[in-house]
Design a protein around this ligand. Structure first.
Ligand code: DC
Length: 219
């Protein structure tokens, strides 16, 4: 029996999934599952030498606090948001996320996240693998250049210095790896709606998605 509504937002890095998820969640009063953060957290704890069992325990202890422009991540009362949202961790997360061991460890955490509550889940395989029965599936895309510009501003806001050329190259390489990996590759679900946000503002994407959500949830 269906016990909650799920909206999935999949797409490549820096396509604006997080901002869309946060704003839509606020509008619909849904919870957010930011699956990319779980893969980044996995990479972060892995780099600290934790075993898989300890990593799962640590991930289950994470506290996600959505704010207007971001989601803060706390571990044992320490804020670890910047430790997780940097390009080094993103690269490790991308590498580890291609392994079946990693994906198997994280799938139950994702499916059981905030059990019984309505959620918006964003990531790469939310609509294809983790929540195939989701009520609404969005695939949010944008050109690599536009995404690199958005990520640049985001990292700059956090006080992290990055080189634009390196950023575009990193994003393109990570996309290629995410799209061509054997397990849970980044592809739109057959029943998803693709939005190319290269030339759209967040407000435009948001109002289009709000209309879709209202239609699907009122069925
Ligand atoms: O969305 P993000 O940039 O925070 O994700 C970091 C990495 O985690 C990304 O390179 C691929 C991986 N990831 C994944 O494999 N599956 C997901 N559902 C979410 C993220």
């Amino acid at each position: 029996m269906k016990n909650r509504n799920v909206i999935t937002i999949d797409g490549p890095s820096a396509a604006g999934k997080g901002s869309l998820a946060r704003n839509l969640a606020l509008y619909l009063d849904f919870e957010i599952l930011d699956s990319g953060s779980l893969y980044r957290a996995y990479a972060y704890f892995y780099n600290q030498g934790l075993s898989d069992i300890k990593i799962v325990q640590a991930i289950n202890e994470l506290v996600f606090i959505p704010t207007k422009d971001d989601t803060n991540i706390l571990y044992q009362n320490n804020e670890i948001t910047s430790d997780i949202r940097n390009e080094e961790i993103a690269k490790t997360a991308s590498r580890l996320s291609a392994l079946s061991e990693t994906r198997e460890l994280l799938i139950d955490i994702q499916r059981n996240f905030m059990e019984g509550k309505n959620i918006i889940a964003d990531g790469r395989d939310m609509g294809t693998v983790v929540f195939p029965e989701a009520d609404l599936k969005i695939f949010l895309d944008a050109s690599a250049k536009v995404r690199a510009e958005r990520r640049y501003l985001e990292l700059q806001k956090r006080g992290q210095e990055v080189n634009m050329r390196d950023l575009i190259a990193d994003i393109e390489l990570r996309d290629l790896k995410d799209r061509t990996r054997t397990l849970s590759p980044l592809i739109p679900a057959d029943d998803s709606i693709t939005i190319d946000s290269s030339e759209m503002s967040l407000e435009e994407v948001l109002s289009f998605t709000k209309r879709l959500a209202k239609k699907e949830l009122n069925k």
